[in-house]
Design a protein around this ligand. Structure first.
Ligand SMILES: Cc1cc2nc3c(=O)[nH]c(=O)nc-3n(C[C@H](O)[C@H](O)[C@H](O)COP(=O)(O)OP(=O)(O)OC[C@H]3O[C@@H](n4cnc5c(N)ncnc54)[C@H](O)[C@@H]3O)c2cc1C
Length: 451
């Protein structure tokens, strides 16, 4: 175990007011701090310095909670602006969280549900909505139970208000600053990408919130894995989550169907069924039900088994009623017109049936309720909404502190959990950010490892 950093009790912390410091510059409408010198002093005044590495939602929430508690907080972010992945969260609808009760909410985190239950209670979906409202962004619950910002606010509106609040709280932000590794028992090595100057900071505590490995252009590139491995903190390999599935459609199908939605269907994989809308594309399938089933598809593919999705095109029609309607089909009637008239199943359904079952489905009822779709693979990690894998929970204690490096905490998508779309990803990041911040405060107050 490394040497402990003794920090003053938080009662003695004072807020560090952030004026427009020398060397600060205005970029993209925000004030960004730029380090004037090669070395940052670890302690300026009595407030303990906490370094937050990673300027995504998990890191920024941790920074806010720590600054509100009176810590001096410095946020280091390798990209030129903060919250880049948060900004793309508007693609396909910006869900901040979900309105589901905490019990079922926690189950969305699969194997990590027991860890998430208290973490979600600590910074709950209601708390997240209050936090957004406090920044001037009211939210509403949509018909799906997902929570959206009112007034069609985009992530950029929320991020702008949030960064303003962080400035008011005295949080110092250092974009284009990449964390390179460790410096002694508590220090961090950083690179100012603009000046190419390398320097070290020696904070009293650190929060790493480095993200997963999807959409690497936003900064979450997973390059931190070897740095954690140096400590013996093992990560699970990254894999695409919440992504499309690849299907080897025929050239005829690709040309005829192109991109086409199938509304109100049910998709199943290995006993898991998800309702919603899917999109047929020239490379396979997209859509919320496909994304939600990526853990099952990934598991089948990893085990070397063929991965099958089963599509129910009439999930609301009882099987007996479906069979009665099919029995009324006149001999010689074309399948396409029969499906359109008696079941309201129009293009591209006949082409899809033909593609997957041949010109005359041997069992039409089965084809309409459990159409087998062979999945050849998942879409690449770089285009997935989120990633599975990341730092294993064995590497952290219950407060998200690294077992091998007391005083260093982790939060957000860099940890080995996954959850479906619908607000569960951001809620997981916010809640773990708040949890890690609480762990830091407990650590600073006790001056010894919390466990
Ligand atoms: C297209 C898309 C749409 C999405 N929509 C939604 C949605 O509607 N609802 C929802 O709940 N979730 C959504 N998500 C997921 C959500 O955006 C992420 O789960 C969330 O941003 C992860 O937060 P994080 O803070 O853990 O990591 P990130 O947001 O990835 O932030 C990590 C930060 O760490 C920085 N970093 C990494 N390494 C270093 C280093 N060495 N030095 C310095 N900085 C470093 C990165 O540059 C990055 O800015 C969406 C994601 C995508 C891609």
């Amino acid at each position: 175990m490394g040497a402990r950093v003794r920090a003053p009790p938080l009662g003695r912390c004072r807020r560090v007011a952030l004026g427009r410091a020398p060397g600060r510059e205005e970029a993209a409408g925000y004030f960004w701090g730029v380090l004037p010198a090669a070395t940052v002093a670890a302690t300026a005044g009595a407030a303990p310095l906490v370094a937050v590495v990673g300027g995504g939602p998990a890191g920024l929430l941790a920074a806010q909670r720590l600054a509100e508690a009176g810590c001096r907080v410095q946020v280091f972010e390798q990209k030129a602006t903060l919250g880049r992945k948060f900004l793309v969260a508007g693609h396909g609808g910006f869900n901040l969280t979900h309105s589901e009760a905490l019990g079922p909410f926690a189950t969305r985190y699969g194997a990590q549900a027991p860890f998430f239950a208290p973490v979600l209670a600590h910074f709950s979906p209601q708390e997240l909505r209050r936090w957004a409202a406090d920044l001037g962004i009211a939210t509403f619950v949509g018909s799906s139970g997902r929570v959206f910002p009112e007034g069609q606010h985009k992530p950029a509106d929320l991020l702008r208000a949030w960064l303003r609040r962080l400035v008011e709280l005295g949080v110092e932000t250092y974009p284009r600053h990449r964390w390179l590794g460790w410096a002694g028992a508590a220090g961090l090595r950083l690179l100012n990408e603009k000046t190419q100057q390398e320097f070290t900071v020696a904070p009293a505590a650190t929060v790493l919130a480095l993200g997963g490995a999807s959409w690497p252009q936003t900064g979450s590139d997973g390059r931190w894995v070897p740095l954690l491995a140096e400590l013996g903190a093992a990560s699970m390999p990254f894999a695409p989550a919440n992504c499309g599935a690849e299907v080897a459609w025929s050239a005829f199908f690709q040309e005829k169907v192109g991109r086409a939605p199938l509304k109100n269907v049910a998709l199943s994989c290995n006993g898991h069924t998800v309702r919603g809308e899917i999109l047929l594309t020239d490379y396979g399938l997209e859509g919320t039900p496909v994304y939600a089933l990526t853990p099952q598809v990934r598991a089948a593919l990893a085990a070397g088994r063929p991965a099958w999705l089963h599509l129910n095109l009439k999930p609301d029609l009882p099987l007996s009623e479906l069979q009665q309607r099919l029995a009324r089909r006149k001999p010689g009637a074309s399948l396409a017109s029969f499906l359109a008239e008696s079941l309201k199943l129009k293009s591209p359904v006949p082409t899809l049936l033909r593609e997957l079952t041949g010109p005359t489905p041997p069992d039409l009822a089965a084809a309409l309720t459990a159409l087998p779709v062979p999945v050849a693979g998942l879409r690449p990690l770089a285009e997935a909404i989120s990633s599975a894998g990341g730092l294993g929970f064995a590497a952290v204690d219950a407060h998200l502190m690294l077992r091998q490096r007391p005083g260093t905490f982790v939060a957000g998508e860099m940890l080995d959990w996954e959850a479906p779309t619908g607000g569960y990803l951001l809620q997981g990041c916010f809640s773990t950010g708040a949890w890690a911040a609480a762990g830091v405060l407990a650590w600073l107050n006790s001056g010894e490892q919390v466990n």
